[in-house]
Each structure stands twice: as structure tokens, then as C-alpha cells.
Design a protein around this ligand. Structure first.
Ligand SMILES: *Cc1c(COP(=O)(O)O)cnc(C)c1O
Length: 383
């Protein structure tokens, strides 16, 4: 059976060009970039070329990029790194962040930090006025994501960072879902810290980066050697970093063309599902939303049952975030935008990308109405 992959926000396939760029670093260029022979200088130079490519994608300087093991580590380094460096005890975030941010904050609460979780409106947007009111004398960091992984809503990060800076507070944004999809410019956004992850934009898993604005000091989380200018110890994941650099280069070149291709597919999926299935809700901001993401709630049935049936037709989608789909609690993001528990349980997320075609969309349009009808017939709530 042909797989129809519609879960690009969970992870993307690795671009064949990226695989090709990585392979030599698993074979002949295996040297430790910190060693002193010529094989190492070659690897070191190529690592720095990748750093430059990643920096260019977000308009940063290469020295401002620290490679990590992925988006989760970048988020943890930003939040705990600031908390352990500065003396204040108050951090502000939002109620719809990825668990890498939320659970890092929960951990800090156990250490005596106080966290404010800002609410969002029904589209998932944080209000800069709410941020202004939440800032205290001892606030050290604001962390608000650039684009939400579940519903795709794009946050007003430029306005939010302005509020933080007016009060002398550092600003971090989890841009894992935005980088590679939409233009991200750290200077325009005026952020101090920004997280990204290679496997969300056609790079390999297990590699990411944190942008740290020049002059911002963080406590490292991994202690050891002096790699990454003493901000993250450990021999670099060279092949992964080279892959991330290649993926960044491709994203920078193809981003707009990809939007032109993917957005109409997502828009057709959305409008036709609304037309073909009664009583569904589209979640997320109507305009300020990632062009690849469609999150819906299908009333009276469970997201998990729909996923299982879709899978039997070869369709891979998600019922929220990859991290919540193994638990029985509905998504914290859907609850935060005011969706009632019983409706939030019926959520489905389709996230499209580089390798989707209109044939994929047509398959879902044929299959999902049948699946929904079948399940609703069995539902005690449907009449
Ligand atoms: C995927 C994701 C992460 C985690 O990135 P990993 O590289 O998988 O650790 C963090 N934040 C957001 C918004 C994500 O979508």
C-alpha cells in the first residue's frame, strides 16, 4: 500500500540531497574536529561552513549558533541556561508551548522558580498586553513560540519581544516549526534566543541549534570540553550538523516555492473536508497560521479511532502532538484555546510538506468522510 504521509510537523523525510551531503562524514571524513591533523582541519572547516548556512537562514552571525541534539535540547538550554545564569526567579511562557518548554519550566518550579503561563485567545494567540501585565521586577526570561506545532498559529513575536525588552527582560522563542517554512529573521524579530531543529525541515533527527544573541550569557547544561565556545560540551555530531547545514541551504532557496505548492493543497483539504463532513471545527488562526497545517475537531468521535482507521488506508496523520498522542488527556493546546474536553478528543492534525501531491489530498478526501461516518454510527453521541 502507498503511504500518504501527512505528519510533517512531527518529522520530515530527509531530503536525498541532505543524505548525500552527510554520507562522506560517516565514511572518509570521520575525524574529530578538535584534533590537530589535517583530516581534522577539513572536518572543522566543513562544520563551520554548516554553521554559516544555518546562521544565514535566520539572519544571525555564525558565532551566535550553538549546535545541540535537537529542538528539545535547544529549548532546555535557553530556559535553564538563563535561569541558572541570572539571579531572578520568575519566567513567563504561554500555555500552548511544546512540552520541551513546558516541562523544562515545570522542572524549574520544583527548584523554586515561579512560572507564569499566559493564556491565549480562541485562535491560540498570546496578547502582548497580557505579557506586559505579567512582567515583574524579578522576571528573567519570556519564552513564547513562533509557530505552534499542533494548530499552526503564528505568534506576534516581534510585538512580544518588544514588550519584554522595554522591561529589560530576555526573550526566547521556540521557532522549531517556523524555521525552514517561513522567513525567520532574528534581527527583525529582535529575539535573544531562538530554537530550531533539523528534522523539522528535511534534515536528520538528533541535531538542532540554539541562536544566542551576541552578549547574552547562558550557563551550559552539558559540561566537558570546550566545544561550541564553551556553551555545549561534547564531540560535535558532524554528519548531523553537515546535514542540517544542507537542509538550511535548501530551505533558504526553496521556501517560497514550497509555500506556493503546499498552501493550495492544505487549503483544498480544509475547504473540501468542511464541505464533505458535517460538524467539524478548524482550529488555529484563520490567517496567521503555518501554510502546511490543518487541525480539525470531528465532533462525537475520538481522534485515535480515526487515526487507526486512516492508517489502515495508508494515511499517516496525528491527533495532536506526537508527545500527547500516547496519553489519554486531550491536547493542552486545544484546551487552552477553549475547546471543550469531549470535542478536543476528536482532533486530527494533517501537516503537509515537500513530497505531497494533490493525489495525497484526494485520497484523504475520499477516505476520511467514510471513516467518520463509520465511527459516528457507532458513537452514542451521534444522532
Ligand atoms: C518538534 C518540536 C520540538 C522538539 O524538537 P526535537 O528536535 O524533536 O527535540 C520543540 N518545539 C516544537 C515547537 C516542535 O515542533
Amino acid at each position: 500500500m502507498r503511504e500518504v504521509y501527512l505528519d510533517y510537523n512531527a518529522t520530515t523525510p530527509v531530503d536525498p540531497e541532505v543524505v548525500k551531503a552527510m554520507l562522506p562524514y560517516l565514511e572518509e571524513y570521520f575525524h574529530n574536529p578538535s584534533s590537530l591533523y589535517s583530516g581534522s582541519s577539513k572536518v572543522r572547516a566543513d562544520l563551520e561552513t554548516s554553521r554559516k548556512k544555518v546562521a544565514e537562514l535566520i539572519n544571525a552571525d555564525p558565532e551566535e549558533i550553538v549546535f545541540t541534539s535537537g529542538g528539545s535540547e535547544a529549548d532546555n538550554l535557553a530556559i535553564k541556561g538563563v535561569a541558572f545564569q541570572l539571579s531572578g526567579k520568575h519566567i513567563i511562557t504561554s500555555s500552548i508551548e511544546h512540552h520541551a518548554v513546558l516541562h523544562a519550566c515545570k522542572f524549574l518550579e520544583k527548584l523554586g522558580y515561579e512560572i507564569t503561563y499566559l493564556p491565549v485567545d480562541r485562535h491560540g494567540v498570546v496578547d502582548p498586553d497580557d505579557l506586559k501585565k505579567a512582567i515583574r521586577e524579578d522576571t528573567i526570561l519570556v519564552s513564547i513560540m513562533l509557530a505552534n506545532n499542533e494548530i499552526g498559529t503564528i505568534e506576534p513575536v516581534k510585538e512580544l519581544s518588544k514588550v519584554a525588552h522595554e522591561h529589560g527582560v530576555l526573550f526566547h522563542t521556540d521557532a522549531v516549526q517556523a524555521v525552514g517554512k517561513i522567513p525567520v529573521d532574528v534581527k527583525d524579530l529582535d529575539v535573544d534566543l531562538l530554537s530550531m531543529s533539523a528534522h523539522k525541515f528535511y534534515g536528520p533527527k538528533g541535531v538542532g541549534a540554539l541562536y544566542i544573541r551576541k552578549g547574552v550569557k547562558l550557563s551550559p547544561l552539558i559540561h566537558g570540553g570546550s566545544q561550541e565556545r564553551n556553551r555545549r560540551a561534547g564531540t560535535e555530531n558532524v554528519a548531523g550538523i553537515v546535514g542540517m547545514g544542507k537542509a538550511a541551504e535548501i530551505a533558504q532557496k526553496d521556501m517560497y516555492e514550497e509555500e506556493r505548492k503546499v498552501k493550495p493543497l492544505r487549503d483544498r483539504l480544509q475547504s473540501e473536508l468542511i464541505a464533505r463532513i458535517p460538524e467539524i471545527i478548524v482550529n488555529g488562526h484563520p490567517e496567521n497560521r503555518l501554510y502546511n497545517t490543518l487541525n480539525i475537531c470531528v465532533k462525537y468521535i475520538e481522534g485515535e479511532s480515526m487515526l487507526a482507521l486512516l492508517d489502515s488506508y495508508g494515511i499517516s496523520a496525528s491527533s495532536g502532538s506526537a508527545c500527547t498522542s500516547s496519553s489519554l488527556e486531550p491536547s493542552h493546546v486545544l484546551l487552552a484555546i477553549g475547546i471543550p474536553h469531549e470535542i478536543a478528543h476528536g482532533s486530527l492534525r494533517f501537516s503537509l510538506g515537500r513530497y505531497n501531491s494533490s493525489r495525497d489530498v484526494e485520497t484523504v478526501l475520499e477516505v476520511l468522510p467514510v471513516v467518520v461516518e463509520k465511527l459516528r454510527k457507532l458513537s452514542p453521541y451521534w444522532s
